[in-house]
Design a protein around this ligand. Structure first.
Ligand SMILES: [Zn+2]
Ligand SMILES: [Zn+2]
Ligand SMILES: [Zn+2]
Ligand SMILES: [Zn+2]
Length: 274
């Protein structure tokens, strides 16, 4: 039985027998079991066919090489040296009618393995491969460079962040100090006025007491003169309080933030062609 990964023997399959092939004929393009391989080898007409192992066949089975003309579907049995092109029997009288060097392909492929076309192909593959390798190396080192640059920028951002933090700490400290100093100064002005008011209150209480005693115990002339003198003192106290009140202010704190504090971030990436 031929399993999925096995190649069946072509001649046996022709007899509706399924057998695994151990060999592959590249000319017949089919697998050969041991028995069919032996008879294939003995047949005079098949003797110079190129028979390879199934392992080697695995290496070429996926190489798509067409042996028929893409325009006419006929086998490519002719070769035009003028056009360096394999052609079919229909191509010969049409496109290559005037070509002087049209030969059977069997003649042309006699030294196919040593041809310059093949060595040119090998060279082209080798050169292209080298170029691709160079490109890979180049892109790998560009990726490395990019990673280094990324790290540098990242460090710069972190450093800037630290600096901004430090700056904000200092700014906060300065603002709080100014606030405290301003509040202290306002409070000391309030306190000064408060002390004046309390002293006035004390004086007025004394004058009230003196007036009450004068009324009770002093002579008429003393009451007459005293009334006027105490009145003068009261008036001067009233004037002094009035001018203090005029000079008094209610303080209020206000904070204004600069518009620059709403920050804009801009990232600019540049790529340079060498
Ligand atoms: Zn067979
Ligand atoms: Zn064969
Ligand atoms: Zn053709
Ligand atoms: Zn031609």
């Amino acid at each position: 039985m031929a399993s999925k990964n096995q190649v069946p023997c072509g001649p046996c399959m022709f007899d509706d027998v399924t057998k695994n092939a151990g060999k592959w004929c590249t000319n017949c393009e089919e697998g050969l079991c041991e028995d069919c391989g032996n008879s294939h080898r003995k047949s005079k007409i098949l003797r110079n066919h190129k028979v390879i192992s199934i392992d080697d066949y695995r290496k070429i089975e996926n190489i798509a090489i067409s042996q028929v003309c893409e325009h006419h579907g006929e086998n490519l049995e002719w070769f035009c040296k003028n056009h360096d092109e394999a052609i079919c029997v229909v191509c010969v009288p049409s496109k290559h009618k005037t070509c002087s060097d049209v030969i059977p392909i069997s003649v042309a492929l006699s030294n196919a393995r040593q041809s310059t076309a093949l060595s040119d192909l090998e060279d082209a593959i080798e050169t292209t491969l080298l170029n691709v390798k160079q490109c890979i190396k180049n892109r790998e080192s560009a990726t490395n460079d990019l990673e280094k640059q990324e790290l540098t920028v990242k460090n710069m951002i972190l450093e800037t962040r630290t600096k901004v933090n430090l700056h904000l700490d200092k700014l906060e400290e300065k603002l709080l100090r100014e606030l405290r100093e301003t509040a202290d100064s306002c409070k000391s002005k309030y306190n000064k006025f408060l002390r004046n008011l309390k002293a006035t209150e004390e004086k007025l209480n004394k004058l009230k007491e003196q007036t009450r005693h004068m009324k009770q115990f002093s002579s008429d002339i003393q009451v007459f003169l005293g009334t006027r003198q105490i009145n003068g003192q009261i008036n001067s106290e009233v004037e002094s309080i009035k001018s203090d009140i005029c000079a008094t202010k209610d303080y209020e704190f206000k904070v204004s933030m600069h518009s620059l504090l709403s920050l804009n971030y801009q990232t600019k990436l540049k790529s340079l062609d060498k």
